[in-house]
Design a binder for this molecule. Structure first.
Ligand SMILES: *Cc1c(COP(=O)(O)O)cnc(C)c1O
Length: 397
């Protein structure tokens, strides 16, 4: 079977690796080596000159890592892929690659806290400015575009408010102005949403989340056009240096094999918990893209296979009471991160998004009452029982 004809459930297991190339080893071998030896000085010369295929040094390429890079490219239906030592190494490599001093970036209304921090740093150091945009209409985006706009950077669903950006709408505006569109696809994974076939240029993942899926690795992945990916590989990956280790690449190659199976269950569980949360009197609002009452449901339905595993909700209470809900849980663990087998809960205003000034935070919808839950793979009844008793206890106090 041709690799590009494989369905995703097959591709997560087989793309980017053929056991025939590695002495029949079913699992991808871990090439835990820093460097690669040349047989002669002349071979070294031709490897460096790019005249001969082959490995040189693991920061420039490694067989285990290459296997992972080919797999993410296949899953995102992109020409090429690239792996990084963290999601933020991927985000920073892409943003640094696309911008120069005095440029401008248009960003979705609400992004990962550290991406916000990076854009602030780029503003301080290189006068690269960022405008945030709800991106609900073409006009909203168009009026922000300037000659120096270097890229449009999107998260959808937006962390942690679960608002949805219409990727086709953004692509239409961006293409008319020749501006590349970058999508942080961490929350959906390629199983639920594929931005590249919709016309987006670059996809970024914190592979730490659903792609790894087991809470045991920090890593980043990127997919896009071959020429762009090669440029990043030889500049803001090679020279900035945020490479992934071969072992971590191996953990991702293993974790991603069950991505479709895991995502189906994450989505089922989240849907159930969402429905229960909506009926609980202490809960004011529930934000989940798979909820038919979600404000952006029609867009979510158009571009996502299902609603994903993350739910945000706000309680009828204070910051202290939101924290008390977390403190009353036992099965669900208090932790940032998401996409793991374990259900994880956190308080964005004081944790992941605490670096954002309060006024801006509130504008983004990240209030003191907002709680984010990454629904794990435990039995959905057990997850809800734990959450319900915590909500009940805090409500009655
Ligand atoms: C976690 C996360 C990141 C950063 O990834 P790391 O692997 O922690 O560096 C970026 N974007 C989103 C949406 C995330 O959830």
């Amino acid at each position: 079977m041709k690799k590009d004809q494989m369905k995703m459930e097959t591709s997560v297991i087989h793309s980017g690796y053929d056991s025939k190339d590695y002495l029949g080893s079913l699992a991808t071998p871990i090439f835990q080596t820093s460097t690669f030896t040349f047989e002669t000085a002349e071979q070294g010369e031709s490897r460096f000159a790019g005249e001969e295929e082959g490995y040189i040094y693991s920061r420039l390429g490694n067989p285990t890592v290459r296997s992972l890079e080919e797999r993410i490219a296949a899953l995102e239906e992109a020409e090429a892929g690239l792996a990084f030592g963290s999601g933020m190494a991927a985000v920073s490599a892409i943003l640094l690659s696309l911008t120069k001093a005095n440029d401008h970036v248009i960003c979705s209304d609400g992004i990962y806290g550290c991406t916000y921090g990076l854009l602030k740093l780029m503003n301080e150091k290189y006068n690269i400015s960022t405008d945030f945009c709800a991106m609900q209409t073409a006009e909203q985006i168009e009026q922000l575009i300037r000659p120096e706009t270097a890229c449009i950077y999107i998260e959808t669903p937006i962390n942690p408010t679960m608002k949805i950006v219409d990727l086709e709408l953004v692509v239409k505006v961006a293409k008319a102005h020749g501006i590349p569109v970058v999508v942080d696809n961490t929350f959906s994974s390629p199983y639920l949403q594929k931005p590249i076939p919709l016309g987006c240029d670059v996809v970024i993942h914190s592979a730490t989340k659903y792609i790894g899926g087991h809470g045991d690795v920090i890593a980043g992945l990127v997919a896009g056009k071959k020429e762009f990916i090669q440029h990043v590989a030889m500049t803001t990956l090679k020279d900035v240096g945020g490479v992934i280790s071969p072992f971590d690449a191996w953990l991702l190659l293993r974790g991603v094999k069950t991505l479709p199976v895991r995502m189906d269950r994450h989505c089922d569980n989240a849907h159930f918990v969402m429905e229960q949360l909506k009926k609980h009197p202490f809960v004011k609002g529930v934000y989940y893209p798979g909820d038919s009452e979600h404000a952006d449901y029609s867009v979510a339905k158009k571009q996502m296979r299902a609603g994903g595993g993350v739910i945000a909700f706000d309680i009828r209470g204070t910051k202290k009471e939101a924290q008390a809900v977390l403190n009353h849980l036992s099965l669900i663990k208090i932790a940032v991160s998401l996409g793991d087998t374990e259900s994880l809960i956190q308080h964005p205003a004081t944790m992941t998004h605490s670096g954002i000034p309060e006024e801006e935070r509130n504008k983004m919808g990240i209030t003191d009452q907002l709680i984010r839950l990454s629904v794990g793979l435990e039995a959905k009844e057990d997850i809800w029982e734990d959450l319900k008793q915590a909500l009940d206890q805090v409500q009655s106090n």
